[in-house]
Design a protein around this ligand. Sequence first.
Ligand SMILES: Nc1ncnc2c1ncn2[C@@H]1O[C@H](COP(=O)(O)OP(=O)(O)OP(=O)(O)O)[C@@H](O)[C@H]1O
Ligand SMILES: [Mg+2]
Length: 261
Amino acid sequence: MRMKRGLILGVFSAKGGVGKTTTVANLGAALAQKLKNRVIIVETNMTASSLSLHLGILDPPVVIQDVVFGRLKVNDAITTTDYGLHIIPGSVAFTDKLGSIDLRGILDELTKKYDVIILDSAPGFGLEVFAGMKACDELLICCQPRVPAIAGTLQTFRAVDRLKIPVFGVVLNRITGKRFEIPTSDIKRTLGWPIIAEVPEDDMVAESVTRGVPVVLHAPNSPAAVEYRKLARAILTHLKARKRIAPRRKRWLRKRGRKVK
Ligand SMILES: Nc1ncnc2c1ncn2[C@@H]1O[C@H](COP(=O)(O)OP(=O)(O)OP(=O)(O)O)[C@@H](O)[C@H]1O
Ligand SMILES: [Mg+2]
């Protein structure tokens, strides 16, 4: 059974380099193994795009910037892979002159066609980050077990709280277990949100990026791949729960004489 409307899930972190793009590529690839051709990953870092590189797409023929600047319809900006993951890449050339954008309006069309739409975002709190956040149904926050990344995560929580967007959980990435790292138990206590996956620092991730193949496909038994699959399972369970909730919500709306689409 296909859901009526796909879930727009964004991966965010104020701190750069903690693994947002790696998480989006691998979560997308792992989900696509179960939901072939029903998962799309979307670049929303308009000024410094890099998502397509993780899939080995170096010079994408169509890009999100074409859609944002009104040159292309969103459905015409999709690139497909032979493993069932779809992507709207970004221009790897530098892009500036970005005004305010309504990404929700642009991406809504994709919710008719895909079960999950995963957004990769820029770090910080620029215009494009807020445009991405506002487009999301739920968020995953990416964090590294180090002080600056945890501070960035707390800032991100404050921002999403203001926008009232639900957080699904935290992906803790690049864990080395070295003595200067903050222990996971302390991070759980500090953040107060569930940690959905604990991805170790893994050389296979760097190798997979160089090869342009997500690590879940390039080295499926590597510790990072195992953890990314665990994250995908958590999202799949969440999607199934949404399906179960939907009919109940419809009954609730009908009872109150509301129109149900
Ligand atoms: N678990 C991991 N093990 C080893 N290397 C990793 C891991 N996760 C990410 N990396 C590496 O860290 C670097 C930064 O990762 P990535 O680009 O995903 O971060 P980001 O949060 O998207 O960065 P930005 O904020 O610049 O967009 C990449 O070179 C990637 O290969
Ligand atoms: Mg990135």
